[in-house]
Design a protein around this ligand. Structure first.
Ligand code: TRP
Length: 331
C-alpha cells in the first residue's frame, strides 16, 4: 500500500484553501492509503508565536482536522514536534541543502518581502523541514495545494542528492497529489493571489467563521466595475469569485451568473450574496463539530499521544537507517 503524508502549519484557524488543497483529499485518501497527517507546529516557529498561542494553535488544528473527518482510526494523526526524529533528520538534510537554491524558492521570496525584518534561517530552510516530514515516513503521495508544488520538487531533489551522495537507493521520490487532474489553487478575497492566513484575516474565509463574518468578508471582496462588452475576459478579482462559486455552489448557480456576466447584466452584489450563503451552508457542519470538540481536551490529548507513538515507529527506523548510511553510527 502506498504511503501518504501531509500537514498544515499551525498558524491560526484553517481556511477554505487548506480545506480544498489538503483536507478534502486527505479524508478520501484515508480509505485507500497508509496515511500520516500532522500539525506542522515547528514550521510555525518562523514567525515566533507566543507560547500560549503556540499551544492553542496546535490544538485548534487538531480539532479542525478531526471535525473535517480526519479519522485517527484510519490514519496516523500527530503533531510534528512530538516526533523528535524529524528535528535530527532536518539537521542532517540541511547539510545537503544549498543556499542558492533555497533563496530561489517562491514562498521564501514572498515571505521575505512581507517580513523583511525577520528573514531567519528557519524560514530559508523551511523546504528542508518539509522534505523531512515527507521522507521520514517514505511517502509516495502528498496531498497539497498548487502553492506547495515547488516544495515537492525540492523534496525530490534532496532525495536524489542523498541517494547519489551515499550511493544508496534509500529514499524515494514523492509526488504532489490531487484527485482532480490539477492541483488546486483557492484564491483570496483581495483580488489577487492565494487564500492565506498571513494577510491579516480579511483575505481568507475560515471554516470557523460565523455566518455574519462570512457575509461581511464576501461582501467586501474586491470586484471591478463590471463587463463592458458581452463575453469579455474576467479580471483576476472576478475570476476569483467565480472560482469560489465553482467550488461551493451548484453548477446551475455558476451557469446562471456566467450567463449574466456574458450578457453584461451581472450584479456582483447578488453573486456575492449567493456565494456567501453557499459557503455558510458548506462550512456550518464543520463549525458545529469544531465547537463541540473544542471542550474535549482529554480526547484530543489521547489522540495526540497515540498518533505520536505510531508515527515514531517509522520515524525512528528511518533515522537509524540514515545514521548508518552516512556513518554517524557504525553498521
Ligand atoms: N508547507 C505546507 C503549507 O504551508 C505545510 C507542510 C509542512 C506540509 N510540512 C509538510 C505539507 C509536509 C505536506 C507535507 O501548507
Amino acid at each position: 500500500m502506498e504511503t501518504v503524508v501531509s500537514g498544515i502549519r499551525s498558524t491560526g484557524n484553517l481556511h477554505l484553501g487548506n480545506y480544498f488543497g489538503m483536507i478534502r483529499q486527505a479524508v478520501r485518501m484515508q480509505a485507500e492509503y497508509n496515511c500520516y497527517f500532522f500539525v506542522a507546529d515547528l514550521h510555525s516557529l518562523t514567525t515566533h508565536p507566543k507560547p500560549l498561542d503556540f499551544q492553542q494553535n496546535v490544538k485548534q488544528v487538531l480539532v479542525e482536522f478531526l471535525a473535517c473527518g480526519i479519522d485517527p482510526d484510519k490514519c496516523t494523526l500527530y503533531v510534528q514536534s512530538d516526533i523528535p526524529e524529524i528535528s535530527e533528520l532536518y539537521l542532517i538534510m540541511n547539510m545537503l541543502a544549498y543556499k542558492g537554491e533555497l533563496e530561489r524558492v517562491v514562498t521564501f521570496k514572498d515571505k521575505a518581502r512581507k517580513q523583511p525584518d525577520n528573514i531567519n534561517a528557519g524560514l530559508l530552510t523551511y523546504p528542508v523541514l518539509m522534505a523531512v516530514d515527507i521522507i521520514i515516513q517514505h511517502a509516495d503521495k502528498v496531498p497539497v495545494g498548487k502553492d506547495q508544488e515547488q516544495h515537492l520538487e525540492m523534496t525530490r531533489n534532496y532525495v536524489k542528492r542523498f541517494n547519489s551522495m551515499y550511493g544508496v537507493n534509500y529514499f524515494h521520490e514523492p509526488l504532489a497529489f490531487n484527485y482532480e487532474k490539477n492541483l488546486i489553487k483557492i484564491p483570496g478575497l483581495d483580488g489577487s493571489g492565494k487564500m492565506g492566513k498571513s494577510e491579516g484575516g480579511k483575505n481568507a474565509v475560515y471554516l470557523m467563521d460565523k455566518p455574519e463574518q462570512i457575509r461581511n468578508k464576501i461582501m467586501r471582496a474586491v470586484t471591478d466595475s463590471g463587463p463592458e462588452k458581452p463575453n469579455s475576459t474576467k479580471t483576476d478579482a472576478i475570476q476569483n469569485l467565480f472560482a469560489l462559486l465553482n467550488i461551493v455552489s451548484k453548477p446551475d448557480t455558476v451557469q446562471f451568473f456566467e450567463n449574466q456576466y456574458n450578457h453584461c447584466n451581472i450584479r456582483y452584489g447578488d453573486l456575492k450574496k449567493q456565494l456567501a450563503e453557499d459557503i455558510i451552508k458548506f462550512t456550518t457542519p464543520f463549525r458545529e463539530k469544531m465547537e463541540a470538540l473544542s471542550d474535549d481536551d482529554l480526547y484530543i490529548q489521547n489522540i495526540r499521544k497515540q498518533g505520536a507513538e505510531k508515527a515514531r515507529i517509522t520515524a525512528r527506523k528511518t533515522l537509524e537507517d540514515v545514521r548508518e548510511i552516512i556513518g554517524i553510527k557504525a553498521k
